[in-house]
Design a protein. Structure first.
Length: 146
């Protein structure tokens, strides 16, 4: 979380403040799930000391769909498409091995970091194309305003 705040969040907020010609001391709001690492005394104290202008706001448990509609409406769908791609790869690899007359007990699917790293790019690109649809975004907003 400290790396995220230091390397991604704070620079992003600073660039946004510069772009909008805001006071450098302008406060910014970071909305977090109420996970233990986010709520830890160590993290909260570090944020207060290092970035006093970043205010922490916690989403109450069970309220993600209300407070963070993208988590439920877009990211959930994105992850679902990625899982479908992963499943399709496993099925295709297994079927291919069976067609090559391998015995089921001899089929070993690659699970190493290199294999998963290489395959994950296609999964993510496919999920991006599936989810990159304005209708999905509009649907998320409608679901969560009712």
């Amino acid at each position: 979380m400290k790396d995220y705040a230091r390397l991604i969040l704070a620079p992003y907020f600073q660039q946004a403040k510069d772009r909008l010609a805001l006071d450098p001391a302008q406060e910014c709001l970071l909305q977090l799930d109420c996970w233990s690492v986010h709520r830890s005394e160590e993290f909260r104290a570090w944020m207060e000391t290092t970035y006093p202008w970043i205010l922490l706001d916690y989403v109450p448990g069970g309220c993600t769909g209300i407070w963070q509609p993208c988590d439920v409406g877009i990211q959930r769908g994105f992850k679902h498409v990625v899982r479908q791609c992963q499943h399709a790869d496993v099925v295709a690899e297994t079927v291919s091995a069976l067609e090559q007359k391998k015995r089921p007990e001899d089929i070993k699917l690659e699970q190493g970091v290199a294999e998963l790293r290489n395959r994950s790019v296609a999964w993510l690109v496919h999920a991006y194309h599936q989810m990159n649809d304005p209708a999905i975004v509009r649907k998320v907003r409608i679901i969560n305003t009712a």
